[in-house]
Design a protein around this ligand. Structure first.
Ligand code: SF4
Length: 345
C-alpha cells in the first residue's frame, strides 16, 4: 500500500450534488460539520455530478460550471484542500465500475424499498424518474462510499437507510467474494449530523424549491432585506402583543446562529413584548452576517480566479483515483477477474 492509499485515521466520505448556489441550510445541515470533521478524519468530499444526472439528465450544459461553483462554496465555508480531498465524482470512473459490479449482486427489492426512492417517486411529478439511474442512485452512493472503504458517512436522519443499504451491499459482496480469505469491504457507520431546525424566510424548511433561502453568497444588504420580510410568530400582531420565540422562525435562526446572551435577550423580550420584531430581526441579521462575512472574504480569490477551484478538484480527483484504483484492484482480484495474467486466485 502506498502512502496515499494507506489509512492512518478513520476515513469519512460525503458528497453533494452540484445543483446551484448553496444556502444556509446546506451550511448548517452539512458543510459546518464537514469543516469540523476534516480536523479529525481523513476526509473525502466530492461533487456528485453523476448523481445530479439521476434527476436532471436532459440538460447537462451547466453541470461543469456548477461543479466549480459548489467547490467555491465548499472552500468559502472552510474546507481546506490541505486537510480534505475534494474531487469530482465523474473524474474517478472507478465509482462507475464498482456501481456496475454491485448492480449484478443487488436484489431489485432492496432498491425499491429505499424510503427516499418511494417518497420522491410519489412527490416529484415534474420530472420523469422512471429511469434505471434514479432507481439505482442509492447503489451508486454505496459505490461512492465503499470505493474509499470509508469508516464513517456524515448524514442526516433521512439518509440513514442509504448507509444501511451500503452495509448490506458490503456484506453481500463479502459473502460472495473474499480476497485471500479476507473481506474486501468494511461496513461504514453513519455519523449523524445533529439536525438543526433551519427555517427559510417563509417559515418552511429552507430549500431552493421553496424560494425561501439565504445564500452563502448573499451580500449584507440582501441578508438584511430577506430578514425584514421573514415571517414571525403570528400572535404578535401589534408591537404590544407578547410572542413566543419557540414558534417563530426568526427565533429558530437565533437558536442556531446567535450567542447565548442574545438568545436570552430575545426570549425575554419577545415573551414580554419588551422588544419589537424589527429589532429582533436586526440581531438575527447581525448573527448571519458575522457567519457569512468571513466566507465571502475567503471566496474572493476563487471568484477572481475560478481556475484555482478547478485545480484543487483535479489534484483531489487524482488522489481519489489512486485510492479508488487500489480498491478496484482488490475487488477484481477477489472476483477472480484481475487485469494480470493469472488464471487461478
Ligand atoms: S420578537 Fe423575535 S422571536 Fe419574537 S416574534 Fe418577533 S421576530 Fe419572532
Amino acid at each position: 500500500m502506498s502512502e496515499i492509499t494507506k489509512k492512518t485515521k478513520g476515513r469519512v466520505l460525503s458528497g453533494m450534488r452540484p445543483t446551484g448556489k448553496l444556502h444556509l441550510g446546506h451550511y448548517v445541515g452539512a458543510l459546518q460539520n464537514w469543516v469540523r470533521l476534516q480536523e479529525q478524519y481523513d476526509c473525502f468530499f466530492f461533487v456528485a455530478d453523476w448523481h445530479a444526472l439521476t434527476t436532471d439528465y436532459a440538460d447537462t450544459s451547466r453541470v461543469k460550471q456548477s461543479c466549480v461553483e459548489i467547490t467555491t462554496d465548499f472552500l468559502a465555508a472552510g474546507l481546506d484542500p490541505e486537510k480534505s480531498t475534494l474531487f469530482i465524482q465523474s473524474h474517478v470512473p472507478q465509482h462507475a465500475e464498482l456501481h456496475l459490479l454491485f448492480s449484478m449482486v443487488t436484489p431489485l427489492g432492496w432498491l425499491e424499498r429505499v424510503p427516499t426512492y418511494k417518497e420522491q417517486r410519489e412527490n416529484i411529478k415534474d420530472k420523469d424518474l422512471s429511469t434505471y439511474g434514479f432507481l439505482g442512485y442509492p447503489l451508486l452512493q454505496s459505490a461512492d462510499i465503499l470505493i474509499y472503504r470509508a469508516d464513517f458517512v456524515p448524514v442526516g436522519e433521512d439518509q440513514v437507510p442509504h448507509v444501511e443499504l451500503t452495509r448490506e451491499i458490503a456484506r453481500r459482496f463479502n459473502m460472495f467474494y473474499t480476497r485471500k480469505g479476507m473481506y474486501v469491504f468494511p461496513e461504514p457507520q453513519p455519523l449523524l449530523t445533529p439536525a438543526a431546525k433551519l427555517p427559510g424566510t417563509d417559515g418552511r424548511k429552507m430549500s431552493k424549491s421553496y424560494g425561501n433561502t439565504i445564500l452563502l453568497t448573499d451580500p449584507e444588504p440582501v441578508v438584511r432585506q430577506k430578514l425584514k420580510t421573514m415571517v414571525t410568530d403570528p400572535a404578535r400582531v401589534r408591537r404590544t402583543d407578547p410572542g413566543n420565540p419557540d414558534v417563530c422562525p426568526v427565533g429558530d435562526l437565533h437558536k442556531v446562529f446567535s450567542d447565548r446572551p442574545t438568545i436570552l435577550k430575545v426570549d425575554e423580550g419577545c415573551r414580554s413584548a419588551g422588544i419589537g420584531c424589527i429589532e429582533c430581526k436586526g440581531w438575527a441579521a447581525d448573527a448571519l452576517v458575522s457567519i457569512l462575512n468571513p466566507m465571502q472574504e475567503r471566496r474572493k480569490k476563487y471568484e477572481d480566479n475560478p481556475r484555482l477551484a478547478w485545480d484543487i478538484l483535479e489534484a483531489g480527483s487524482s488522489r481519489a483515483s489512486k485510492v479508488a484504483g487500489a480498491t478496484m484492484d482488490e475487488v477484481r482480484d477477489a472476483m477472480g477477474m484481475s487485469l494480470d495474467y493469472k488464471l487461478d486466485h
